[in-house]
Ligand binder design. Structure first.
Ligand code: IPE
Ligand code: IPE
Ligand code: MG
Length: 243
């Protein structure tokens, strides 16, 4: 689809959901579903960035996902290090900078090392930022930011009276612009602890499609829906579409 005449969002966020059901319905293992999800995420992210969308966030593992079976947690945990080479090749080809958001505790040294290498090697790219939320929780992020803020107030680096939304944003895992369009695949209509601060004025879109099937055409539909929304931010300007 031609996006050149559309007002595209600056920051798109995706809750990758439905990999398990996609696989189960096909008589496959949940791991195979996650693998398909990974393949699709690569294709879809290249497409999204090709449309001049600068920021993409994806939710790949929540702080709550440790409740799943040991086998599934292990598979998801090992995705990053087992696919490290493939991820790096892809990012270099597409010139994508990757950052990881989430708590490092509970992650193995191998996974942390893979994250470090991917972040370091892709830090040269400037125009496309891919924020991967891994062992991420929105509550955890706000608590972690608050702790850093209190420390900086205590050691005199931050004046409490200067603490506003902009400053708070800088203490989050990444200093990202607000999310414009938040997509959750698979039909679930909830945030499940995803980027609570950054989603404050996002437009939400909930397609029924399972993530492995959420392709370029499905994304075009999301964008068309987004362009029809009136983003008023509390104001009353009904004429000015998307501001
Ligand atoms: C992928 O989808 C999201 C992850 C937590 C990795 P799910 O694994 O939640 O798939 P469903 O919801 O069980 O179908
Ligand atoms: C949210 O999906 C977490 C990720 C996509 C990483 P879940 O499938 O874990 O969420 P719930 O349990 O349905 O709320
Ligand atoms: Mg799910």
């Amino acid at each position: 689809m031609d996006y050149s005449k559309l007002k595209v969002p600056n920051h798109v966020a995706i809750i990758v959901d439905g990999n398990g059901r996609w696989a189960t319905e096909k008589g496959m293992s949940r791991s195979e579903g996650h693998n398909e999800g990974f393949i699709n995420l690569k294709k879809l992210s290249a497409y999204i960035f090709s449309k001049k969308i600068k920021y993409l966030s994806a939710y790949l593992f929540s702080t709550e996902n440790f409740k799943r079976s040991k086998m599934e947690v292990n598979f998801l945990m090992n995705l990053l290090n087992s696919k490290q080479k493939e991820i790096l090749e892809f990012c270099h080809e597409e010139k994508i900078k990757v950052v990881f958001s989430g708590r490092k505790e509970k992650l193995s040294e191998k996974v942390i090392e893979a994250m470090r290498i991917i972040e370091k090697e892709t830090s040269i790219y400037k125009d496309k930022l891919f924020n991967i939320c891994f062992n991420y929780g929105g509550h955890a992020e706000i608590i972690d930011a608050t702790k850093k803020i209190v420390k900086d107030i205590q050691n005199g680096k931050l004046d409490i009276d200067k603490l506003d939304e902009n400053t708070f944003n800088k203490y989050l895992y990444q200093n990202l612009p607000p999310i414009d369009l938040m997509i959750r695949t698979s039909g679930e209509q909830r945030l499940s602890n995803f980027m609570l601060w950054q989603n404050s004025y996002a437009e939400f879109y909930f397609p029924k499609t399972y993530f492995p099937d959420f392709d370029e055409n499905e994304f075009d539909k999301a964008i068309l829906e987004y362009t029809k929304r009136d983003r008023r931010y509390g104001g009353i300007d009904y004429e000015n579409k998307n501001n």
